[in-house]
Design a protein around this ligand. Structure first.
Ligand code: ATP
Length: 361
């Protein structure tokens, strides 16, 4: 059980600039007074009483902390310390200063498929390690895949945000309908028991986007996106995949499988010929291919635009729609919110979005 220190965090750390915001608070750069070393402080507002809807339930923070302690790996952000006051918990994390992987790639002129594979390998190594400890991330998306620093030619991947992660115990059945519509697996939408295989679905979506700049299931609305996932409505349009290898399609197809146990595991992915080519033809095929940079840049620009407007949305409500729900009577455990993928606000007036934001932050 992690120690939540009752001391004032500011006695030990100088609080600096905001690095990012989540649903329950901010992440700020902090400087350790005794060493001068910079860290990232994740400030999470805690719910003061059971009737309140403001902030996070403390048990959710405990869960995030316990998982971060269990996943010490070069491709996963490290937790250093935890402070607690009456209103908030502060996680002192390794400072990941290289920004998001997708932004790093979008700033380049071109990216060979082999370079994209280097990054995918690191993501899979971090994820494989988590899965070997029976921990699922359940919120894999471009915003949560960062780079250690900006200066290295080939910086290290760091997976962040373990707010939706879950540690499976023997024989346990776990359900959750949280996540971000574009990236969630069919079993999440259908409120079925989850396993670490749900992350592998998200890996397929991320790979698909990275290579083509197209999001495989994206609809006009979140409802449409979720329906596309449920019925596995996706294709590999030739104009988006003209520069990529055929092996990547096989890699993606072996992950976008409806039955979770039939998807490749992270370990199996690392042995797939797209990641680890065996024959000379496979190597040549890979070296000739590149990602669809023009379209990827467009995708990333749209993604950043959506983030800057902070279009927050609860897909928990969406998956409760009768249309998509299979009629589970199980009460859901306390859950966090998730982000919408849709660009327009027609179905979500600004006032409603603001209310949602203020009720959680
Ligand atoms: P959400 O509500 O979206 O799940 P959250 O409240 O769980 O978010 P994080 O996703 O962990 O918060 O962090 C929010 C943002 O802060 C990230 O997108 C990232 O930009 C930044 N950030 C988080 N951790 C770090 C870190 N260790 N180093 C640098 N920046 C970070």
């Amino acid at each position: 059980m992690a120690v939540f220190k009752p001391e004032n965090v500011e006695d030990f750390y100088e609080i600096g600039e905001v690095l990012g915001s989540g649903h329950f608070g901010q992440v700020r750069q902090v400087r350790e007074r005794s060493t001068g070393i910079y860290w990232a402080g994740k400030f999470l507002k805690i719910r003061k009483n059971t009737c309140s809807r403001l902030g996070l339930v403390r048990s959710c923070v405990e869960k995030e902390v316990e998982i971060l302690q269990a996943v010490q790996h070069p491709n996963i952000v490290t937790l250093k310390d935890v402070f607690e006051s009456r209103a908030e918990v502060v996680l002192i994390l390794e400072l990941v200063s290289g920004g998001e992987l997708f932004d790093f790639i979008a700033a380049k002129e071109n990216l060979l498929e082999s370079e994209a594979i280097e990054f995918m390998t690191q993501i899979l190594e971090g994820l494989g390690f988590m899965h070997s400890k029976n921990i699922g991330h359940f919120d894999l998306k471009p915003e949560n895949i960062m780079l250690s620093d900006k200066v290295a030619a080939q910086p290290n991947i760091k997976l962040i945000d373990f707010g939706l992660a879950h540690h499976f115990h023997q024989g346990e059945e776990y359900k959750s309908t949280s996540g971000t519509p574009q990236y969630i697996a069919p079993e999440v939408i259908n409120s079925e028991p989850l396993s670490t295989a749900a992350d592998m679905w998200s890996i397929a979506v991320i790979t698909y986007i990275l290579l083509s700049g197209l999001s495989p299931f994206q609809g006009e609305t979140d409802e449409e996106t979720l329906r596309n996932i449920s019925i596995m409505n996706y294709a590999f349009p030739a104009q988006y995949f003209s520069t990529t290898s055929s092996m990547v399609k096989d890699f993606i197809q072996k992950l976008l499988v409806k039955i979770p146990s039939e998807r490749m595991t992270a370990e199996e992915c690392l042995l797939h010929p797209w990641i680890k080519p065996i024959t000379r033809t496979q190597v040549a095929n890979r070296n000739r291919s590149s990602i669809n940079m023009k379209n990827f840049k467009k995708f990333n620009a749209r993604r950043k635009w959506k983030m800057s407007y902070n279009m927050v949305w609860m897909c928990n409500r969406l998956v409760q729609l009768k249309l998509l729900r299979k009629g589970s009577s199980d009460p859901d455990p306390p859950q966090r919110q998730c982000e919408s993928d849709v660009e327009d606000t027609e179905s979500k007036p600004a006032s409603l979005l603001r209310r949602r934001l203020s009720s959680s932050s």
